[in-house]
Write a protein that binds this ligand. Structure first.
Ligand code: LIP
Length: 272
């Protein structure tokens, strides 16, 4: 019975595959991309690159680790096997920040994580345009360009730069906008940049103080959430829940409680 792969081995595979995928995404962006479909609403777009990149990632993972499972944004689990006990499941966002990618804005990323028994143990987020790359292993820290990352040490919510995002459904967006409208007088400022994984990576290195969003999918959360947690951020839902579609909050220890409580009071995890 072969030994299970180490987190380091899984990260090495993730980085190799993500770099090749990001190169494809960048090349397709230079060549010109267009929307090929929409999903939940007419602004929730899918480009040919989203689909091509996910197919490339899955094909690469099949070659390298043929018995692993996958979960991708565009093709789900495909025909890959279910990950049994101790098995590996790869969680793929081929292009996080798809609207930015479609508009040629340099804030979009390939996000790839390895999960074992429900725990993300390795993850990589690579900006498709800039080549900036963040990595982490569970218990092994978060890194960019060889430097270990540490989150913000900000202690005053009123001085905090807080990122968030909005869903695609108009009714949900109205609720989210109301939350932001009530929050913004109590923080330094808000940033909405359009890619959850990159927002969590910037929070991991203190270039944002905190991040929250309702409506994220597992592929938005997996790699960026590990990187944020390994950099010292608390990554949770509200009221003791784990991070998930109701809400993800990533905040440094000193800001967590005041920001959590204000978001709970504003019903940030509620609404449509
Ligand atoms: C995006 C998220 C972002 C959110 C966007 C969108 P996608 O993911 O990363 O945080 O605000 O609405 O959901 O759709 O580009 O993979």
């Amino acid at each position: 019975m072969p030994l299970p792969p180490s987190s380091r081995q899984l990260l090495d595979i993730a980085v190799e595959v993500a770099r090749e995928a990001a190169a494809t995404a960048h090349r397709m962006r230079v060549d010109g991309v267009s929307t090929v479909a929409t999903k939940s609403t007419d602004t929730d777009v899918v480009t040919a690159a989203d689909r091509a990149v996910e197919r490339q990632v899955v094909d690469a993972l099949r070659r390298l680790r043929p018995t692993d499972a996958v979960l991708g944004e565009e093709y789900g689990a495909g025909d890959t096997p279910t990950a049994g006990p101790g098995g590996v499941r790869w969680i793929i966002d081929p292009i996080d920040g798809t609207v930015n990618y479609l508009y040629g804005l340099p804030y979009c990323a390939v996000s790839l994580a390895a999960e074992v028994d429900g725990e993300v143990v390795a993850g990589v987020v690579r900006n498709v345009v800039t080549g900036d790359e963040w990595t982490a292993t569970a218990g092994g820290g978060a890194y960019r360009a060889g430097a270990r990352l540490h989150c913000s040490t900000q202690t005053d919510l009123g001085q905090a730069l807080v990122a968030t995002g909005f869903g695609y459904d108009p009714a949900r967006r109205s609720h989210q906008a109301r939350v932001v409208a009530e929050l913004i007088p109590h923080v330094r400022d808000i940033r909405r940049m359009g890619a959850a994984s990159l927002d969590m990576c910037l929070a991991a290195e203190g270039r944002l103080d905190a991040y929250f969003e309702k409506g994220l999918a597992p592929w938005d959360i997996a790699a960026g959430g590990l990187i944020a947690a390994e950099a010292g951020l608390r990554v949770t839902g509200l009221r003791g829940l784990p991070p998930g579609p109701d809400l993800l909050l990533a905040a440094p220890p000193a800001l967590f409680e005041p920001l959590h409580d204000r978001l709970a009071d504003l019903d940030a995890s509620g609404g449509p």
